[in-house]
Design a protein around this ligand. Structure first.
Ligand code: ACO
Length: 323
């Protein structure tokens, strides 16, 4: 397998902060209930899926020292595209001035990890440099008067630049899956709002995430103790705790952003990764476990080796040209 490396990361959140107190003021809910049952304190609403994607991608490109035209593969994971046609990635590709391929990928909240695995496979197949973006504006498809769902979701985007290298593989093991018999526990009809059987999603999410994470740890021949950072999909802190406990990963090693973002669907793992990387929580050689689940019901896990020894990137515009 060809080598690959994450060379840049970035996130974008809309400006409008919606606190639990805002919901408390107009719905039959309370800050106490929301924090205890979900871990969410506030979330952001606003922007468009493409606009947030462009912003997070620009930050990732800047961090990588790259320009849009150096990207030959753009994977945009989203469940809330700006339009049905064309793909939202078309707008993002144009605004960033990328070249080569771009497409949307809908694997719901497992989208970022699905996108990362897909991009790395395409780098292995010959692409040089990829942008993987998770971007969602679920506030637009959530009934803001339904306490069961309104308090859970927020808008945002997280992005990474992934470059083919002559070094080590980025992904040591991955597991992508779906159980289509569970489509009716979480869905949104065209023009409608998200409908969710919360308790059922909770139960299935814990089981799917644990099993998927265990599969990749085994495949990668890595123990839970060797994982430096666990980056789960950010739906509910109780789901994350249940998964972490079963895997044997202590909370100090979780990357958590849901307290201030809510569930940002395909963006969540990208946002959590960017915040953790910005906070200096990752160093070369660290092992990262990603694990996401979402409507479908999809799941996706990957063991990623962060950074690595300095390597030559493939094709024109290697790291030397970034100086
Ligand atoms: N405030 C107060 N009470 C509430 C609220 C609220 N915001 N929301 C629900 N309740 C009530 C329910 O109506 C229910 O009342 P009842 O007993 O009178 O019927 C009660 O609280 C308990 O409901 P439960 O469903 O048992 O609560 P639970 O502890 O399971 O928490 C929650 C609900 C937070 C939705 C949880 O089930 C959950 O997080 N599920 C997973 C959701 C998820 O991950 N969704 C995203 C998937 S990713 C994607 O693809 C978009």
């Amino acid at each position: 397998m060809r080598g690959a490396q994450i060379t840049g990361w970035g996130l974008s959140l809309p400006d409008t902060v919606v606190t639990n107190a805002d919901f408390e003021a107009r719905l039959d809910t309370s800050d106490k209930w929301i924090v205890e049952r979900t871990g969410i304190k506030e979330r952001r609403h606003g922007g468009t899926t493409s606009g947030l994607a462009v912003e997070s991608a620009r930050r990732a490109l800047e961090r990588a020292g790259r320009r849009g035209q150096e990207i030959d593969l753009l994977v945009l994971a989203t469940t809330s595209p700006d339009q049905t046609v064309p793909a939202t990635s078309s707008w993002v590709h144009h605004q960033l001035g990328c070249r080569g391929a771009a497409f949307d990928l809908n694997a719901a909240c497992a989208g970022f990890v699905y996108g990362l695995v897909t991009a790395v496979a395409l780098l292995d197949a010959g692409h040089e440099r990829a942008l993987v973006i998770g971007s969602d504006t679920l506030s637009q498809i959530t009934d803001q008067n339904d306490r069961n769902t309104a308090v859970l979701f927020g808008d945002g985007s997280g992005a990474v630049v992934v470059e083919a290298t002559e070094g080590e593989p980025l992904i040591l093991a991955h597991d992508l899956g779906l159980d289509g018999s569970l489509t009716r526990i979480l869905y949104c009809d065209r023009g409608g709002f998200i409908v969710m059987e919360g308790r059922e999603v909770f139960r299935k999410a814990v089981r799917a995430t644990v099993e998927s994470a265990e599969r990749v740890l085994k495949q990668a021949d890595v123990t839970a103790e060797e994982i430096t950072l666990f980056i789960p999909h950010q739906a509910n802190i109780r789901i994350i705790d249940a998964v972490g406990q079963r895997l044997g990963i202590d909370p100090a090693r979780y990357a958590i952003c849901l307290d201030h973002t809510g569930n940002t669907s395909a963006a969540s793992c990208g946002i959590a990764l960017s915040e953790a990387a910005d906070a200096g929580r990752l160093k070369d050689g660290d092992l990262v476990l990603f694990s996401g689940f979402g409507a479908g019901m999809t799941w996706a896990s990957a063991v990623v080796r962060w950074g690595g020894a300095p390597v030559a990137t493939i094709g024109a515009g290697g790291p030397g040209e970034r100086e």
